[in-house]
Write a protein that binds this ligand. Structure first.
Ligand SMILES: [Zn+2]
Length: 606
C-alpha cells in the first residue's frame, strides 16, 4: 500500500472493534465441507445504474451440518478492518428452487441450513459505492471489485480450495484482472488454485483503456479508467517508466515471478491524492486526475510493483498465511513497506527515471518527514498502523523504514568491501523463506543481514533504531557511501495561516516560535512582517530571502489586526534548522565512492 493523503474520515469510520466475539466461544465454528465452488459476478448496464454487483456462489455440500460462509474483514495490503459484509444486500440461499433457512452466525458469517441438499446457491447484491482500492466501486460504465469483498469462504475450513469465477457483462465491455482464464477468453471464466490467490486478483469490468507490452520477458498490461484519461505522450511516458523500473526490480531477486502483470488505474476527480494497493500479479491505483503526470506516479508504480516480491511473496511470518477475519499486526511493515519504498527509489535511479540528484532529493524528502514526525520506533509504528494513530507517527514507517533500508544497505556494503548489499538479503530471504513456503522471522532477517555483512553484528543498530526511538545515525553511515546531508537554517515565523474573507488569518502557532514570543494569537490577521505585506502571494519566498542572511535576534516587527485593533508586535528573528539535503561528500575515499556507485547502479564489486 502506498498513499499520499491525510487519514480520511472513511478510514476512521472503518475502525471498528475486531472480530473478538468469535474468539470467546470455546470451539471455533466450522462449516460443512463444500467443494466445486463457483462464483458468478454480474455487472451490466442495469446493475451499473444501481451501483451494485449481483453475486452468486454455487457449491456442493458434504453432510448435513450447516454451511458457514464468511466475508473477509480486510484486504491484505490495506491494513485496516473494513468488514465487507456491511455492503451485502438481499442475501438469499436456495437448493435448486427450494429456499433454504439461513441466519447470521456473526456479523460477517452466514449460516445456511442445507437439510441434506447436495448443491446450494447463495445470492446477494453488493453495494458498489466505495472509491477505494481495497473495495468495490461502480460507475455507469465501469466496475472495480476486490475478491475480498464478494467471495464468501467456508468458515473454519482450509483455504486451499480451487474456485472458478464467471463474469457476466455487456458484450462490448472489457475485463482486466491478474486472474488466469479458464477455457476460451470469450467465456469470461477465470480460476484460482486457492482462496488466497482468488482474493488477490481484483477485476476491472466495463469501458477502459487497455494495452500491453513485454517487459523482462513477461506481458505487462496497463488498464486505465476512464477511457482517454491516460493517452498520447502521457501513456507513452507511463510505459517508459514501467520499462525502466521493472527490470531493475527483477534484478534484485533474479526472477520475474508473474505470468502477466496488470497495472490497474482509476483517475477520479472526487479522489484526493494518490493511493496504490499491491497484489501478486497486479496492483490498483486510485488517483486524482491532477496526479496523472506528476513525478509521484513512477514512484507509486515502482513501489506497488516491488511489492509483488516484497510482501506478496517474501512476507513476515506474522502474516503467513493471511487470515481474513481479523487484524494481522506485524512489527515488520517498516521492511514490507519502507524498504519497498527504498527499492522504488533505487529502481527509479537505476532505471534512469531520476538521476542521482533526484535520488538524493527523494531521500532528503523522507528525512524531512521523519524530522517532523514524533519519535516512534519502526516496530511500534508498524504495529500501530491498524489503529490509524492521530499523533503524526501513523505512516512514518514508510519514510523511516526506507531510510533504515538505505543505512543497512550502506553498512552491508561497507562491511563486505562492497561485495554484498541489501539485494543479497532480499534474495536470500526470498529463496529460503518464500520459496520454502513460509514467512520470514526476525532471526531469518538479522542472520541474513549479518551474513551479507561478512559477520558484522547489527544488534546495536537493531536495538537503537529499529526497536528503539533513537535518531538515526545518518551522517556516520552516509559518509561510508561518500554522502553527507546538510540543512540550511531558514528564518521561520512559526505560524500556520489560512486566507479567508477577512485576510490571512492565523490558525495555529508553534509555542516556541518568534511569532508566539511576540504575542501573536490564533485569530489574528497578519498584515505585514518587517516591510513585507503578508497578502503578497510571494510572502514566504520574500521573507526567507530578505532575512536568510540576517542574524538571529534581529528585530522583526509583526503587524496584525486583532478584532478592530491594529497592533505592531515586536518579534525577534528566529531560525529553524531547515530542510535536509543529501549530497556527495567531497574528498570521499575510493571505497566510499565505489559503494555510492554500487547503490546507484545496483552493482557490487566482484
Ligand atoms: Zn506499499
Amino acid at each position: 500500500m502506498h498513499t499520499v493523503r491525510s487519514t480520511s474520515a472513511a478510514a476512521v469510520l472503518a475502525l471498528t472493534i475486531a472480530a473478538t466475539v468469535r474468539a470467546q466461544s470455546a470451539a471455533p465454528p466450522r462449516s460443512a465441507d463444500i467443494t466445486n465452488i463457483r462464483y458468478d459476478v454480474r455487472f451490466d448496464r442495469a446493475t451499473a445504474e444501481q451501483r451494485r454487483v449481483d453475486v452468486s456462489m454455487t457449491f456442493d455440500v458434504t453432510g448435513t451440518e450447516p454451511v458457514l460462509l464468511s466475508l473477509p474483514a480486510w484486504t491484505p495490503g490495506a491494513y485496516e478492518i473494513s468488514n465487507f459484509a456491511r455492503w451485502v444486500i438481499d442475501f438469499d440461499a436456495k437448493s435448486g428452487t427450494q429456499p433454504l433457512v439461513w441466519d447470521k452466525l456473526d456479523y460477517d458469517t452466514w449460516r445456511v441450513q442445507t437439510r441434506g441438499a447436495k448443491t446450494v446457491t447463495v445470492r446477494f447484491a453488493y453495494s458498489a459505492d466505495s472509491l477505494d482500492n481495497a473495495m468495490t466501486w461502480a460507475r455507469s460504465d465501469f466496475l472495480l471489485f476486490n475478491g475480498t469483498n464478494l467471495f464468501l469462504y467456508p468458515e473454519g475450513r482450509p483455504l486451499a480450495f480451487p474456485a472458478q469465477v464467471a463474469i457476466r457483462t455487456e458484450p462490448d465491455w472489457k475485463i482486466a484482472t491478474g486472474m488466469p482464464t479458464r477455457g476460451a477468453p470469450s467465456a469470461h471464466t477465470y480460476g484460482a488454485a486457492n482462496y488466497h490467490d482468488l482474493v488477490d486478483m481484483p477485476f476491472f469490468v466495463g469501458r477502459f483503456d487497455l494495452d500491453s507490452a513485454q517487459i523482462s520477458g513477461k506481458w505487462v498490461r496497463f488498464a486505465s479508467y476512464p477511457e482517454g484519461s491516460v493517452s498520447g505522450a502521457v501513456r507513452t511516458n507511463v510505459w517508459d517508466w514501467l520499462k525502466r523500473a521493472i527490470p531493475k526490480e527483477a534484478a534484485v531477486f533474479g526472477e520475474t515471478p508473474w505470468d502477466t502483470y496488470t497495472v490497474m488505474q482509476i483517475a477520479d476527480s472526487t479522489y484526493m491524492g494518490a493511493s496504490g494497493l499491491e497484489h501478486q500479479s497486479s496492483h490498483v491505483d486510485v488517483i486524482t486526475p491532477l496526479a496523472i503526470q506528476s513525478e509521484f506516479m513512477p514512484s507509486l508504480y515502482a513501489h506497488e510493483i516491488f511489492h509483488a516480491w516484497n510482501v506478496k511473496r517474501l512476507r513476515p511470518a506474522e502474516m503467513w498465511p493471511y487470515v481474513y477475519d481479523r487484524e494481522q499486526p506485524t512489527p515488520w511493515l517498516w521492511f514490507s513497506e519502507g524498504v519497498t519504498d527504498y527499492y522504488a527509489d533505487l529502481a527509479e535511479v537505476r532505471g534512469g527515471i531520476v538521476d542521482e540528484k533526484g535520488f538524493y532529493a527523494l531521500t532528503g524528502g523522507k528525512m524531512n518527514e521523519v524530522q517532523v514526525s514524533p519519535p516512534v520506533s519502526l516496530e511500534d509504528a508498524s504495529v500501530n498502523t491498524w489503529i490509524h494513530p492521530v499523533d503524526g507517527s501513523g505512516y512514518i514507517y514508510y519514510q523511516k523504514g526506507s531510510l533504515a533500508g538505505l543505512l543497512l544497505d550502506v553498512m552491508i556494503r561497507d562491511a563486505s568491501d562492497n561485495k554484498h548489499s541489501l539485494d543479497d538479503v532480499m534474495r536470500e530471504l526470498y529463496t529460503t523463506t518464500y520459496k520454502a513456503g513460509r514467512g520470514f522471522t526476525s532471526d531469518d532477517f538479522w542472520n541474513a543481514v549479518t551474513r551479507a555483512a561478512s559477520g558484522k553484528s547489527f544488534a546495536d543498530f537493531r536495538a537503537k533504531y529499529i526497536e528503539g526511538r533513537e535518531p538515526m545515525p545518518y551522517e556516520t553511515v552516509f559518509a561510508l557511501a561518500g554522502l553527507r546531508s546538510s540543512r540550511t537554517p531558514t528564518p521561520r515565523l512559526g505560524v500556520t495561516s489560512q486566507p479567508d474573507t477577512g485576510g490571512v488569518r492565523v490558525s495555529d502557532i508553534d509555542p516556541s516560535s518568534a511569532a508566539a514570543e511576540a504575542g501573536v494569537k490564533v485569530g489574528d490577521y497578519l498584515i505585514a512582517v518587517g516591510n513585507i505585506e503578508v497578502a503578497d502571494q510571494e510572502f514566504g519566498v520574500k521573507f526567507r530571502s530578505q532575512y536568510g542572511n540576517a542574524t538571529e535576534g534581529t528585530p522583526l516587527p509583526i503587524r496584525v489586526r486583532r478584532g478592530t485593533q491594529m497592533l505592531t508586535l515586536s518579534a525577534k528573528l528566529k531560525f529553524a534548522p531547515g530542510d535536509y539535503r543529501l549530497e556527495p561528500l567531497p574528498n570521499a575515499s575510493a571505497k566510499a565512492v565505489r559503494i555510492r556507485n554500487g547503490l546507484m547502479k545496483g552493482e557490487t564489486t566482484k
